[in-house]
Design a protein around this ligand. Structure first.
Ligand code: GLC
Length: 729
């Protein structure tokens, strides 16, 4: 209704002794009869409902539909002057816009239903059932044992049959959602929408004598409206509450029983803050011990000096090749550093055949050289180079190496499932250089060996001046940080004003080798360790990193199956699924960290993501209970890993002892596993009060390694004087 017509209407209303009932939906002629003879709402409703047929009802409702332009007219949205005016406006608008509000409720319901496909499906099935009933009754009435069943009873039966299904697919929550959303929208609209008529009535109510017929009828209408709204809301709320209660009862009762059954198995994985602080103390002691001596046999942590003494200054430049070997793939990159830490990166991932991971070391290095050749040819990198040009190559080699210079590094042991022969004890830089030199025409010199943690730190410290630590939380875990050489008694290299600090690769994944983590290790941890390629090594890494998280979960699942807590009876009853189960139950490494992350994040009501993942690994049709338990297992194992990682990062931050510090982090767990990252950040906040920032280091192990080579090249061409900016404060 336009302002103009509203004003006219208003004038008419004010002059006329009898109000325009057509403007007040409940004030139809039928209403008037009732209100003048009987004010009992239920009698009114029943008698009217019986009289009205659907078409009449529809016509009446259509007539009381207010123009949508008026409904949405933002000029009319004003807060009420006071609570009384607000209450009056609320009552008036609910009645004035009742049909519009009804349509809003329908739209919200449709939205809710179509976004819950299972609900939509059951409702369609219910509709189809009712349609069939009506068809059937059209032909002949339904008779059971000589007793004719009324059509309304048949509809009721269809409805009753569908109720459990509706509850199962979350109709309870849907009703709540619709109820909540509708009440919210309608309340706000009714409170803020200022309808000219209503304001006029407001004036009238104040100005006219209380005995006025008009006000009496208005009050009766308001009273009726309030009753209708009250009863409708009450009924809907009761249905919603009932449905929700039943729904929660079925869910929560399951929850309680399941928790009781699995709690004992999961308890050893739940670490207290006290235990974490003990881990921190032990890690700190082992770090200090590792800085004193190279006795890797008797010490937990190797604490390797990396011969990287300075972060980038922003004056580095040049182009570099980087080979990044550390996981089941390796990556070749071409990095151009264009000054002021601007970098361009072009890279390619090459798969490493499994046979190479466990075969002859020389073959692995030959394969790397072959891939380097392919990369240079595919990208035509030699095109504009002179015949004598040699590429500088930084070798990101993410395994424990004892370095004697930036380009000399002896592999101490393999980790992360690698086990090539004839490499441990040898200089891996030399091995790569020899493999490159074996390929005629490949002109490359290996200028630096870089651990992935060091690359991560360097890439980030080119952006954040206070970045003094790098951490990898991926296939494996390790950390490095800038340490003052005064704190490194075992350092035998140069000590002067330029070499006052060095990046130490802690190799913290090895913590616990001599028992300092036994107080938190579980039977499952021991079982995993014993069956691994490297028993008694990388104890800490085996509790945290992505390579092992899935396996820990798998071993717990196997334990739960053996105790008949998971998939009870399925193994015996369904021989057809046994082979698949067996693959999962027997095959080490068949459950991945990605599965853990996805299951942990499964917030679907029926745990459908968990079901899909379990099905994909051969566990068909797991029950809700099975999925629920497995999600609990994943959450617990992942939380333990995040807490342990937090404890370790906390030690780094404490050791750096800076007023504020940035820690560069990379690796799949931190990059892709949101819950892990969240738990890590939260736990860290509790463990260290110091200001700190965790930053994802993008392409750290490639860009950062190129930066190591670039810093080295810069220092050779323009030796630096003492650089204060790189020292921890
Ligand atoms: C393993 C390696 C270590 C590496 C880490 C992350 O722990 O021993 O050198 O940094 O994995 O890749």
């Amino acid at each position: 209704m336009s302002d103009m017509s509203a004003t006219k209407q208003l004038a008419g209303d004010m002059n006329s002794p009898a109000p325009q009932h057509s403007e007040i939906p409940l004030g139809t002629s039928t209403d008037n009869n009732v209100s003048s003879t009987n004010n009992n709402m239920s009698t009114w409703a029943m008698s009217n409902l019986q009289k009205l047929n659907v078409t009449e009802l529809y016509t009446q409702q259509r007539q009381s539909l207010r123009p949508w332009l008026d409904f949405f007219n933002t000029n009319q949205f004003k807060p009420p002057a006071n609570i009384k005016a607000g209450a009056r406006r609320l009552v008036f608008n609910v009645e004035h816009f009742q049909t519009n509000y009804f349509i809003v409720i329908i739209i919200l319901s449709i939205y809710c239903i179509i976004t819950t496909p299972a609900l939509l499906f059951i409702l369609l099935a219910m509709g189809a059932g009712c349609y069939l009933v009506s068809l059937k009754n059209h032909e002949s009435p339904l008779t059971i044992m000589n007793h004719q069943i009324a059509i309304s009873q048949q509809y009721l039966a269809v409805f009753c049959l569908c109720v459990p299904l509706l509850l199962m697919v979350g109709a309870g929550s849907a009703i709540f959602w619709i109820l909540g959303a509708s009440v919210f929208v309608i309340f706000l609209h009714a409170l803020f929408h200022q309808t000219p008529n209503q304001e006029a009535f407001g004036v009238q109510m104040e100005e006219m004598a209380p005995s006025s017929d008009y006000i009496l009828e208005f009050k009766i209408d308001v009273f009726k409206t309030l009753k209708i709204v009250g009863i409708t809301t009450g009924v809907l709320t009761a249905i919603g509450l009932g449905a929700y209660y039943i729904h929660r009862r079925t869910q929560s009762s399951k929850r309680v029983i399941l928790r009781d059954e699995v709690r004992n198995i999961l308890r050893p994985f739940q670490l207290t803050e006290e235990q974490l602080r003990r881990v921190m103390a032990n890690l700190n002691t082992e770090m200090t011990n590792g800085l004193k001596s190279d006795d890797t046999e008797n010490l937990d942590l190797a604490m390797f000096p990396t011969y990287v003494h300075h972060g980038p200054s922003g004056q580095e430049s040049g182009e570099y090749l980087v080979v990044d070997l550390g996981g089941s793939n390796f990556r070749v990159s071409h990095v151009s550093i264009e000054g002021r830490n601007r970098m361009r990166l072009n890279n390619k991932i090459f798969l490493i055949p499994h046979s190479l991971l466990l075969g002859e070391g020389e073959k692995l290095f030959d394969y790397i050289a072959e891939c380097l050749q392919r990369f240079i040819d595919d990208n035509k990198l030699s095109l504009l180079k002179s015949a004598n040009y040699k590429f500088d190559l930084a070798f990101t080699f993410s395994f424990p190496c004892k370095q004697t210079s930036l380009r000399e590094a002896t592999l101490v042991s393999w980790t992360k499932g690698f086990s090539c022969t004839s490499v441990v004890g040898n200089d891996v830089v030399l091995m790569l250089q020899q493999a490159i030199d074996r390929r005629k025409g490949l002109k490359i010199q290996v200028v630096a060996l870089v651990n992935d943690t060091v690359g991560t730190l360097m890439a980030c410290s080119s952006i954040y001046r206070d970045c003094k630590a790098g951490v990898i939380l991926g296939t494996g875990t390790n950390a490095c940080y800038f340490e003052n050489l005064d704190n490194v008694p075992k350092w035998t290299g140069v000590r002067d004003n330029i070499h006052k600090q060095v990046i130490i690769s802690t190799e913290w994944g090895a913590l616990g080798r001599h028992g300092c983590l036994d107080f938190i290790r579980t039977d499952i941890d021991r079982e995993l360790d014993e069956s691994s390629l490297t028993p008694h090594q990388q104890v800490f890494e085996k509790m945290i990193s992505a390579l092992y998280l899935g396996e820990i979960v798998r071993l717990i699942i196997v334990d739960l199956v053996q105790r008949s807590i998971l998939f009870p009876g399925r193994m015996q009853k369904s021989p057809s699924i046994r082979p698949d189960y067996n693959i999962f139950l027997i095959l080490r490494g068949s459950f991945y960290a990605k599965h853990v992350a996805d299951i942990e994040n499964d917030t679907t009501e029926d745990l459908s993501i968990t079901t899909t993942i379990l099905t994909s690994i051969g566990i068909h049709d797991p029950s809700y209970d099975d999925c629920y338990i497995i999600r609990e297992v994943c959450k617990t194992v992942s939380l333990r890993a995040a807490k342990l990682a937090a404890a370790a990062v906390a030690v780094l931050i404490n050791r750096l002892n800076m007023s504020s510090v940035t820690v560069a982090i990379d690796g799949t767990l931190f990059r892709h596993h949101q819950q892990f990252k969240h738990n890590l950040t939260r736990t860290l906040g509790r463990l260290v009060p110091r200001t700190h920032r965790l930053v994802l280091s993008e392409d750290g192990s490639s860009k950062g390694s190129a930066l190591v080579a670039a810093v080295d090249r810069r220092l050779k061409t323009a030796p630096m004087t003492y650089d204060k900016t790189n020292l921890p404060s």
